[in-house]
Design a protein around this ligand. Structure first.
Ligand code: ATP
Ligand code: MG
Length: 602
């Protein structure tokens, strides 16, 4: 075999199957106009749209991937849809490999099912409710636990059919309070959701691990930098819950992780370690007048002390009347962790000013644990203070030198973890300290237990013929959000840089002044056909536009490889080849250029 043949052999072995499998996602039709920019709907924008706050939103609009129909509702234009389909293809592929079975459930769901699970009332205004012509209640599915459990209870009857994992790639509707960042937080979006059913915890644990691995494979195939982090399970509880976050400075979530160890959790969930116990009191309790000092900042300034030597007192609604939560002055309440405390109402609701005055006898700004008339809980770090400053439950007055036990009773069961961790805290796994990263939540896997199977009375017969209620798992992935997340991680000042597995086209052929040059028209057509025959997906810029406009658009839409076909090069039988991320183009002989391109698709 000579060298060229060896190359061809390896090309056939390694690359050809990939290209073929890509081509099955979007079959290249020679006659179709969808690869020619002169006819393709690809409305690029020169200017940044005014209302787009993050790079992905700006670029998705500018590169002609999406258009907004109304708040949180988007049309996917041809270029965007190609990327979306590739993401779906990778997800579907990996879900199938993991043994999950694809189904597709209706978007419109009857109220009765949601009444059975108890969520018709609970869901609140995120759920869009509609009526049919007979005045029957329906909703647009924000999620599909009820529907899948209904299918299960009708169709699955024996332990022999378990475990079973169903998934779909389907539109969801959630009437988000603040739709924003384009498709990142939309009202209508596409989710891959999966639901598994098991007779025992061991079987659930195996599928959970399988889904964890599957999500990692999916995000790796998309060449994303991501982290799986411990997450909150909402009302369901339990420790089996991980979110998958694509790391990006624009992410809405904060991830607390330890660079030295393996700890990583959503800030909502991250545990604050208990500090050493409080030292013995050193000061006497003293009242001071503070007529204008209503904030931690003001009182710390007045006394020239650090905020960490003060405590703040928040009054929230409890299961039986108001409850005060005491935090160190420099710490923030973690509403998710606090709402999980048994005596506190969930979701957390702050008492209003009237309730505070009635229950505490003072205005907010002057509250504290000494002489506190209502039940109180104390965060671990506040409980470790001695000689601290707090409000005196009397307007215009604070205490200095306050100490637990001596001035304010404190039982062990009043000490709780209710604050947000901060950078520099000790990591809960004992390895190093906490640092923060920003992340975009693209996936969430968690244990549902019997939260749906029990109320919907799903059951199977076990080996002994005894009816058993299955435990369930639930695995969501934001398909449309992923497009935005990919762009957040892959862009520069000029536009998008698509990772090869997701690029809408493999190759961008840019014909310079084709309207003026027969040679350019012919050569670009020829290259286009040659590349098409290898199974590549090509976008041909055959428009009658200035070269500068074409280059700017090419950078904006970000196809990884580009050929520039111009009269000057053609005179020497060469075309220019440029990778999107590189500054300089190189010249390649016309007859070698397509082989060069295909070799670079890995
Ligand atoms: P978030 O905290 O971002 O609101 P969630 O906890 O409501 O997310 P899930 O119900 O777990 O999300 O949904 C699974 C996945 O669907 C999420 O991980 C996210 O990627 C995606 N997703 C959720 N809400 C939206 C939305 N409004 N727009 C786009 N994608 C979304
Ligand atoms: Mg949500």
């Amino acid at each position: 075999m000579n060298r060229l043949n060896v190359n061809r052999f390896f090309f056939a072995l390694f690359y050809a199957p990939r290209i073929v499998s890509n081509a099955t996602v979007i079959s290249p039709t020679r006659k179709s106009s969808n690869m020619r920019q002169s006819t393709l709907l690809l409305p690029t924008l020169k200017e940044n749209p005014a209302d787009a706050d993050v790079a992905s939103h700006r670029l998705m609009l500018r590169a002609g991937l999406i258009r907004q129909l109304a708040s949180g509702l988007y049309t996917w234009l041809p270029l965007g849809l190609r990327v979306l389909r590739k993401i779906e293809h990778i997800i579907r592929d990996e879900m199938n490999i993991s043994g999950a079975q694809e189904v597709m459930m209706p978007i419109v769901q009857p109220a009765e099912l949601w009444q059975e699970s108890g969520r018709w009332q609970k869901m609140g205004s995120e759920m869009l409710r509609i009526k049919d012509r007979h005045e029957r209640d329906f909703c647009l599915g924000p999620t599909h636990e009820e529907v899948i459990t209904d299918i299960f209870r009708r169709e699955v009857h024996s332990y022999k059919q378990l475990p079973i994992n169903f998934y779909q790639i389907q539109t969801k509707f959630r009437d988000e309070r603040r739709p924003r960042f384009g498709v990142m937080r939309a009202r209508e979006f596409i989710m891959k959701d999966a639901y598994s059913f098991h007779l025992d915890q061991e079987s659930f644990d195996a599928t959970y691990q399988e889904m964890y691995d599957c999500y990692s494979r999916i995000l790796n195939r998309m060449q994303l930098t991501f982290r799986a982090v411990q997450a909150d399970t909402g009302n369901i509880g339990g420790d089996n819950s991980h979110e998958f976050h694509v790391l990006a400075s624009s992410g809405e979530d904060t991830i607390a992780y330890s660079p030295a160890g393996s700890y990583a959790a959503n800030l909502e969930k991250a545990t604050a370690m208990a500090p050493a116990a409080a030292p013995a009191p050193g000061q006497d309790l003293e009242k001071i007048n503070t007529p204008n000092e209503k904030t931690i900042d003001a009182i710390s300034k007045l006394l020239n002390i650090s905020a960490s030597q003060t405590v703040k007192t928040l009054v929230v609604k409890g299961v039986e009347g108001p409850v005060a939560i005491i935090l160190r002055g420099d710490h923030e309440l973690n509403k998710i962790k606090a709402a999980k405390l048994p005596s506190i109402a969930s979701p957390i609701e702050f008492a209003d000013e009237n309730e505070i005055i009635q229950s505490m006898g003072a205005h907010p700004g002057f509250l504290g644990p000494v002489n506190c008339k209502i039940a109180y809980l104390v965060d671990r770090d506040a409980a470790a203070l001695a000689d601290f400053v707090c409000g005196a439950n009397e307007d215009g007055v604070h205490f200095t030198g306050a100490n637990w036990h001596r001035d304010s009773p404190l039982d062990d069961d009043q000490i709780v973890d209710a604050r947000n961790v901060v950078e520099g805290d000790a990591a809960p796994d004992g390895e190093g300290t906490i640092e923060f990263l920003r992340g975009i939540e693209v996936g969430h896997i968690f244990q549902l237990d019997k939260a749906y199977s029990e109320p919907l009375e799903a059951s199977v017969l076990d080996k002994e013929g005894v009816s058993q209620i299955p435990i369930m798992g639930c695995y969501g992935m934001g398909v449309t959000r992923l497009v935005a997340a990919v762009i957040e991680q892959n862009h520069d000042d000029n536009g998008i840089l698509w990772p090869q597995p997701l690029t809408p086209y493999d190759l961008h052929i840019v014909a310079l002044n084709p309207q003026k040059s027969e040679a350019v028209r012919e050569a670009s057509e020829k290259l286009y056909n040659e590349a098409l025959a290898t199974g590549l997906e090509i976008l041909l810029d055959d428009r009658d536009e200035r070269p500068g406009v074409k280059f700017a658009d090419a950078d904006l839409i970000g196809i990884p490889q580009r050929l520039i076909v111009g009269d000057r090069g053609l005179k020497n039988n060469v075309v220019e080849y440029k990778k999107r991320e590189e500054k300089e183009a190189i010249e390649l002989p016309l007859d070698q250029v397509i082989a060069h391109v295909t070799r670079r698709i890995v």
